[in-house]
Design a protein around this ligand. Sequence first.
Ligand code: COA
Length: 291
Amino acid sequence: MSLPVRQDFRLIHRLRVRWAEVDLQKIVFNPHYLMYVDTAFTEYWRALAVPYEAIPETLGGDLYVKKATVEYHGSARLEDLLDIGLKCQRIGNSSMVFAGAIFRGEELLITTEMVYVFADPATQTSRPVPALLRELFTTYEAGAPTCEVRVGRWDELGAQARVLRRAVFVDELKIPEPLDEDPADAEAVHALVVNRLGHPVATARLTRDAADIARVSRVAVTRLMRSTGIGRTMMQALLQVAAERGDTRVVLRSQCSAQGFYERLGFLAIGEPVEEAGIPHIDMARVSVRP
Ligand SMILES: CC(C)(COP(=O)(O)OP(=O)(O)OC[C@H]1O[C@@H](n2cnc3c(N)ncnc32)[C@H](O)[C@@H]1OP(=O)(O)O)[C@@H](O)C(=O)NCCC(=O)NCCS
């Protein structure tokens, strides 16, 4: 069988080889490749828009490695930049086989095969792969979107949005003011991103400051899904709503730490930073055109 090439994989993780991973010849000590592939598996779950922690609770079982095979075709060296690809190759009754490959540029260095078994965490006995998990892997591998952006009213989306706001603003960012619900929610247009397990992973809302000026607020992406593009996709959906209803400007007050996120969406900072709830913020605005 011919060896895989870069184009055979979705390259989901990139890393640089560090001192602690090499031997005296400055090439990677062989067990580290398995660690690299396992790290890429974390990225695979993020690409599925599923926080791995949600699996046992939602599906009543967990994934256990039953067999790991590594084949060495070349050596990675100190400071090499490596790209790791993973794909779900086969799903049996209770097993799932993942093929992995590590590349330096176009050069194939390593191939792996990992066999996972879906099992009961209490007894560690195998169980059939749930239909939902099977569908999650097969649709992702077929290139289908891993989450859905819903736009709607508070009475439709509020219950799930509230849970996410509480987790991000109250529990994580420790913002004292109650941000999980306020009277503006009833009038606002809400965006909620839901993954294929039906869990909310991002939320935001669009209100009006004046007849043709929209305001975005309560922007939150669940912690483990950040920097996967979910925030941008959700914001684009709300910017489209603003453009379609004829708003000429969209404004927001960003935490200074998130300024770059909004700049990439076309917002510009206005004025000087201000302190709000003990966190530095900056006002930003964007001319309303389709994103
Ligand atoms: C800020 C937040 C909404 C961004 O969402 P996200 O899903 O992580 O962002 P995305 O993955 O869609 O990133 C889109 C782009 O913005 C960049 N970006 C994301 N967060 C950034 C940040 N804090 N600073 C600078 N750039 C950022 C990404 O690198 C990406 O850039 P690219 O287009 O060049 O690739 C999210 O991190 C979050 O919920 N944080 C906690 C709550 C919060 O801060 N809310 C905002 C209150 S104003």
